[in-house]
Structure formats: structure tokens, C-alpha cells
Design a protein around this ligand. Structure first.
Ligand SMILES: NC(=O)C1=CN([C@@H]2O[C@H](COP(=O)(O)OP(=O)(O)OC[C@H]3O[C@@H](n4cnc5c(N)ncnc54)[C@H](OP(=O)(O)O)[C@@H]3O)[C@@H](O)[C@H]2O)C=CC1
Ligand SMILES: O=C([O-])CC(=O)C(=O)O
Length: 273
């Protein structure tokens, strides 16, 4: 059984731990880490210890002892721990994909993982269509765009809104709050549009992927619309995600995609990759 270390004990980290502890995945949670000891302790209390008994460790200790590190914390955590994991030949799953908008960092992680023989897994997250987009990219793409609509509570506190003095309180109608390249979107909305980073990596890159972010007080879902043109034809995909009960910024599907990726990693048969 592979030994897993989880960085981040919020919504996604908790769901991953529950899925592994249920025995449905041939893996063991070796350790967990969060800035907050209380959050880590709360997750430890949920374990029935069906597949081993996890403990709190530092990320460095988990990198020493685990086969796979799952980052479900923040872009800062990716910047801090992706290279040490790759240097140690440890596989990594990344949810805070926006950290890869820095091309030098992405290149270094890729080269280091290639040299040590480790893998970096990026689940499809809160969006669908990455399979078709990757296939379409083989023949050539002419445009890729993502429109994200979220309730106001899901966007609140984003650095872009604060830096640009955009106040959403009392909003009655949908409002376009950002339009531009994915490279800028994932920095300005680091907890909202990691999906755009994943789409960038599958398609045209961070500079050529167009992003629109709409604050919409009339909806309760996190909605992502993907539109792609290329030699393959035209693709349109809309997903209406239920936000997680614990974190309105994050859709339930994001956690499910991490669990599904874990199932694929540990399964000898790969379907629809
Ligand atoms: N790829 C995708 O499609 C998606 C990606 N995401 C991303 O996945 C990540 C996890 O999401 P979610 O579980 O909802 O987030 P939560 O905010 O619920 O949980 C994240 C936890 O990690 C902690 N944390 C942040 N940075 C660090 C660090 N460097 N070391 C240790 N702990 C840290 C946070 O602490 P604190 O609260 O104190 O910061 C928090 O307790 C987020 O970055 C989110 O933006 C989410 C949805 C979709
Ligand atoms: O969960 C979502 O709908 C999208 C999200 O937060 C992200 O991509 O960071």
C-alpha cells in the first residue's frame, strides 16, 4: 500500500482522508499537516483507522517517509514543498495548481521530477473537459476561454478585489470583476480559479488562456464554462458545482476529483485517461 502525507486539513484534505480511511483505496494515510493543530486534530478524530493510523508530522518528515504527498493547502505550500518532494523522488498531487503559473518554477519541478523518477499529478479538480482539451491540443488550438461565476461569498477577500477596491457588498446583479489572462487570474484569485491553471496546462498555457470571473448574487453554485476552438472542432462545457459546505470557495467536485485521481494512481487499469 502506498503511504500518503496530506498537507492541508481543510475541506479537500478531510475528504481525501475519509476516502482512504474507508478502505476503498489501497493506500494508507501516514501523516497529515496543517498550520492549525486544531484542524489537524479534528481530522485525526474522524479516522476509524481501517488502513493504518495516521499522525501529525511536518511536511519535511512526510517527504522523508511517504510515497505520495498530497497538497491541498495553498499555492504557497506548492512553492515550498513541490521541489523537496521531487528531489526526494516522492510523488506529489497538487490541488493549488495556480502556483504553476510561474514558468521557471514549473520547469524546475518538471526537470527535478524527471531526474528523480517521481510523478506530479494534477487532478481535473472542479472542472470537466480536461480529457477532451488535452486530445484537442495535439492537433492545435486557436482559443481557450474559461468563464467562472461564483456567489459573492465565494469570491470575498480575493487579493484582486482588495487591490482594485472592488466592493461586492450589497451586489444585486451579476458583475464582471475580472477579464484577462489565466496568469493574472490565478494570482488575483488564488483560492477561486485553480481550474484555470489546470486548463492552461492542458491547452494553450497561462498567457493565452482567457479568463472571465463573474460575481453573481443570483446563484448558489460555482459555475465554470469552458470553450475551446481548434483543428478538432469546437467544445463547450458548463459545470454547475455545489460549493462544499465547509468552504464556499471550493466545489465538492474538487475533492471528489482528488479521490478519483488517487483511485486511478493505485489502479492497474486506466480508463479514460
Ligand atoms: N484544482 C482545483 O480545481 C481546485 C483547487 N482548490 C484549491 O485546493 C486547496 C485546498 O482547498 P480546500 O481544502 O477547499 O481549502 P481549505 O481552506 O478548506 O483548507 C486548506 C487548509 O490548508 C491550510 N494551509 C494553507 N497553506 C498551508 C501551508 N503552507 N501549510 C500548512 N497548511 C496550510 C489552511 O490554513 P489557513 O486557513 O490558515 O490558510 C487550511 O486549513 C486550495 O488552495 C484551493 O484553492 C480548490 C478547489 C478547486
Ligand atoms: O472549486 C471551484 O469551483 C474552483 C476553485 O475554487 C478553484 O479552481 O480554485
Amino acid at each position: 500500500m502506498i503511504k500518503i502525507g496530506v498537507i492541508g486539513c481543510g475541506f479537500i484534505g478531510t475528504q481525501i482522508c475519509l476516502a482512504v480511511d474507508s478502505g476503498a483505496i489501497p493506500a494508507e494515510i501516514f501523516g497529515i499537516f496543517d498550520f492549525s493543530d486544531e484542524k489537524a486534530d479534528a481530522v485525526l478524530k474522524l479516522f476509524k483507522n481501517l488502513n493504518g493510523t495516521p499522525q501529525k508530522y511536518t511536511p519535511e518528515e512526510m517527504i522523508e517517509s511517504c510515497d505520495l504527498i498530497i497538497e491541498c493547502a495553498s499555492q504557497e505550500a506548492v512553492l515550498k514543498y513541490a521541489l523537496p518532494a521531487a528531489e526526494n523522488g516522492v510523488d506529489l498531487m497538487v490541488l493549488s495548481v495556480g502556483a504553476f503559473q510561474d514558468p521557471d518554477f514549473y520547469r524546475k519541478v518538471r526537470e527535478t521530477a524527471a531526474a528523480s523518477g517521481s510523478k506530479v499529478y494534477i487532478p481535473s479538480g472542479a472542472i470537466a473537459g480536461t480529457d477532451g482539451l488535452k486530445s484537442a491540443a495535439i492537433a492545435g488550438l486557436t482559443s481557450v476561454s474559461v468563464t467562472t461565476r461564483k456567489p459573492v461569498s465565494g469570491l470575498a477577500g480575493s487579493p484582486y478585489l482588495i487591490e482594485n477596491g472592488i466592493d461586492l457588498s450589497g451586489l444585486k446583479e451579476p458583475k464582471l470583476v475580472f477579464e484577462g489572462a489565466a496568469a493574472e487570474a490565478v494570482v488575483g484569485f488564488p483560492k477561486n480559479v485553480n481550474v484555470c491553471a489546470t486548463i492552461s496546462l492542458c491547452g494553450l498555457g497561462f498567457e493565452k488562456t482567457n479568463v472571465r470571473i463573474i460575481a453573481d448574487p443570483t446563484i448558489s453554485e460555482n459555475i465554470h464554462e469552458l470553450e475551446v476552438y481548434g483543428d478538432f472542432g469546437h467544445m463547450k462545457m458548463t459545470i454547475e458545482n455545489k460549493p462544499s459546505p465547509q468552504n464556499p470557495k471550493t466545489s465538492y467536485l474538487a475533492a471528489l476529483s482528488a479521490v478519483s485521481a488517487l483511485k486511478r494512481i493505485t489502479d492497474p487499469i486506466q480508463v479514460g485517461i
